[in-house]
Design a binder for this molecule. Structure first.
Ligand SMILES: CC(C)(COP(=O)(O)OP(=O)(O)OC[C@H]1O[C@@H](n2cnc3c(N)ncnc32)[C@H](O)[C@@H]1OP(=O)(O)O)[C@@H](O)C(=O)NCCC(=O)NCCS
Length: 140
């Protein structure tokens, strides 16, 4: 939990990820997967919204592990998990659309996402002027 908090907070300070409180991570720890080489070097979370839809969020790779496929593997793990639960679609809201395009996501209109997706956004300092790109992947 501490490692996830530290990774997410580092990128939240750069404005790349939404900040998470330690309590949020603790409550949702089962959503997370980590990349562990004796030290946790990456994390990602899969949050389920409905029978069909989940979100991949909080994808973070430590600077010393970037460019080695860790981020792609974590996202692929989340998608496999979504598939194993019978979900049909996974979305992201991201400032790194190029990375998610490489993971198979494509850009969609934010209005295509259901209302309850926005429950976290009210906490965001940028609300309602969201500068993230919405992207979707249909699970095969
Ligand atoms: C984005 C991030 C998760 C990528 O992790 P990574 O382990 O370095 O990614 P990978 O090594 O799996 O890269 C896969 C591909 O995506 C590309 N890529 C990585 N980051 C990218 C970015 N920000 N924009 C565009 N392309 C990117 C890589 O060049 C690579 O392309 P290639 O296959 O042609 O070589 C990582 O840089 C990070 O933690 N960034 C800060 C937090 C963030 O922006 N998270 C995503 C939003 S939820």
């Amino acid at each position: 939990m501490e490692a996830i908090f530290s990774l997410v907070s580092m990128y939240a300070r750069e404005g790349l990820l939404l900040p998470l409180k330690e309590g949020d991570i603790c409550e949702n720890i089962r959503d997370f997967c980590v990349w562990d080489e004796g030290e946790v070097l990456g994390c990602a979370a899969l949050r389920i919204f409905s029978r069909e839809l989940a979100e991949v969020r909080s994808v973070a790779v430590h600077p010393k592990a970037k460019g080695r496929g860790v981020g792609t593997s974590l996202v692929a793990f989340c998608i496999d998990e979504a598939r194993s639960m019978g979900l049909r679609k996974v979305f992201v809201l991201t400032k790194s659309p190029g990375f998610f395009a490489k993971c198979g996501f494509f850009e969609v209109d934010k209005r295509e996402l259901p209302h309850k997706v926005w429950r976290d956004c009210i906490m965001c300092p940028k609300f309602p002027d969201c500068d993230e790109t919405a992207m979707m992947l249909y699970i095969k």
